[in-house]
Write a new protein. Structure first.
Length: 214
């Protein structure tokens, strides 16, 4: 009898362990497709110039296997930001015009994942907790969840909304003159802001607006 009980317990443990392996998160973004990533949808920023940046707009040109390709441009008259953007081969810089024709993102109702180049990786998962980290490609760098509001305390257009904020700080950024980048997101509106903190501790915050909501 004891042998049967022990055997049954071992089988149960093995089964549960197998289920854990099957359900283990592989680090990629899950969730249903966000309407923000559908072909023809757009993303834009403020109509005014912020820190030498103006005229940003982007459109989803294709959607393949859950990955949205964005095409867009902005006028960037900011040496530090232009220096940072020049490190991304997916972007083309001509004078003060920065263009993209093949910038890839996965947008789901769970979050946002950057899918282009060596620094690909999750920007935000709406269900994350403070202290959670997301790896950046195979660089060894991470993005870290630093805050998650429980009240509507972030000004967004005509509303106050809850946000989750994720920081990226590493030598890749500091070498370009950026101390850190903060990704600000909301489960309904997606990425609602990008904040750049420069090496001299000055800041530039850019609101972001998508044409659709989750």
């Amino acid at each position: 009898m004891k042998t049967k009980i022990l055997l049954t317990a071992l089988i149960g443990i093995t089964f549960l362990s197998s289920c854990d392996l099957i359900k283990k998160d592989d680090g990629s973004l899950k969730g249903d497709q966000s309407p923000m990533g559908l072909v023809g949808e757009t993303a834009s920023s403020s109509s005014t110039t912020i820190a030498g940046v103006s005229g940003f707009s982007a459109t989803v040109s294709s959607l393949t296997d859950g990955v949205s390709t964005f095409s867009g441009s902005a006028t960037v008259n900011n040496t530090v930001l232009k220096n940072l953007l020049s490190n991304f081969p997916e972007l083309t810089i001509s004078g003060n015009t920065v263009s993209a024709n093949n910038l890839k993102f996965k947008l789901t109702k769970e979050g946002i994942e950057f899918k282009s180049g060596a620094r690909a990786g999750i920007w935000v998962k709406y269900g994350s907790s403070i202290g959670d980290t997301y790896p950046i490609g195979s660089t060894g760098d991470v993005r870290t969840v630093v805050s998650k509001s429980s009240t509507d305390d972030y000004s967004y257009g005509f509303w106050l909304i809850k946000t989750i904020q994720v920081e990226e700080s590493n030598t890749f950024l500091t070498n370009a003159g950026i101390k850190k980048v903060t990704y600000i997101a909301n489960h309904k509106f997606g990425l609602v802001g990008l904040k750049f903190t420069f090496n001299d501790n000055t800041e530039a915050s850019f609101p972001l607006y998508f044409s659709k909501e989750n």
